[in-house]
Design a protein around this ligand. Sequence first.
Ligand SMILES: Cc1ncc(COP(=O)(O)O)c(C=O)c1O
Length: 391
Amino acid sequence: MSYNFDEIVDRSNNYAAKFQEAELHYGTNNVIPLWIADMDFRTAPCIVEAIKQRADQGIFGYTWRTPKYFEAIAAWQQKRNGWLPDIAKMAFAPGVVPGMRMILTMFTQPGDKVLIQQPVYHPFADVVNNTGRQLVVSPLKRDENGYYTMDLEDFEAKAKDGAKYFILCNPHNPVGRCWTREELKQVGDICVKYGVEILSDEIHSDLMLDGHKHTCMASVSPEIAAITTTCIAPSKTFNLAGLQSSTIVFNDEAKKDAYVAELKRMDIARNNCFSLVATMEAYNHGEDWLEELLVYLSDNMRFIRSFCAERLPELKPNTPEATYLNWVDARALGMDDDTLKKFCVEKAGVAFGEGPDFGFGGSGFLRLNAACPRSVIEKALTQMEQAVHSR
Ligand SMILES: Cc1ncc(COP(=O)(O)O)c(C=O)c1O
């Protein structure tokens, strides 16, 4: 490996949410933080270098995106996923979640139904509820091996019942599914049939484990592309979430124009100067770093599974196909969710993402962020093992 993902980088004193915001959620910062979804790895050296060069200029004025910016993003999608987004339909967003919120606000009415599939990344429910739209949940199905699939019968019944949008998590946080083309076609065809627009959140789509291949929802068929708006970003892939830049690929140019006009009215249409160079550098030159990262992450998932199988069978990690998140079944501990949280934090000194936050089907589960050096995961699981076995 050319890049050292085993390196421990001290983030405890750099305003990192993972370390310094833990107190707000867990009552202490004195925990191994495996919760919020960013990585403890330094990003690709070429990105650090590009940011340093930009900083060295010493001028941090207003920015202007040249065509090179969206061209780099489109070329990356074509190369990695075989999908060439239309630049005329691409727009900047200061984040995927704010972008989603704007889309729901602009293109639906208060009270309109919006479908999501839980358990899922909790801001999906929040954006629907906070914009006064009606949340409709179609639960995912889980088999005895912890493998999740879509419940298409349930989904169709709810789509038919007047849903205006479906927010798809592709690939899926937290259950780690890399949806197959066939699965996407089935759910997409239901949306086409009932006129439900699709908002496909593909922020984790570069994080494919063990050779899985991502399918962009907008590439599945022309009919599905016509109703699909896609959200992408370099933030998860290259650990750039603090730079706040994402991209929305609209299904319709007029919609994109209306959205951009609204961004301008809000005066949030510009990248910050660092996100501009970091995004282009990532997509133009970051691929070899990403390939090594994916090997390291896949090995971390194997490490977690073998550790738990041998030493901590009360925790049942899953086998994610994508993302750096492991969805761990902790129900064998026999604790309710509040007790489980308290136990992990106070007895084991570990902060996991809490299952119930992800909605229906989340109770009894923990989300483990595996994007950290293996030694950190080993320490956290060893502390869990000691706490569990000394109960
Ligand atoms: C599925 C998903 N969408 C969106 C986000 C956040 O995106 P942003 O920070 O660009 O709003 C996350 C972060 O964890 C995520 O997992």
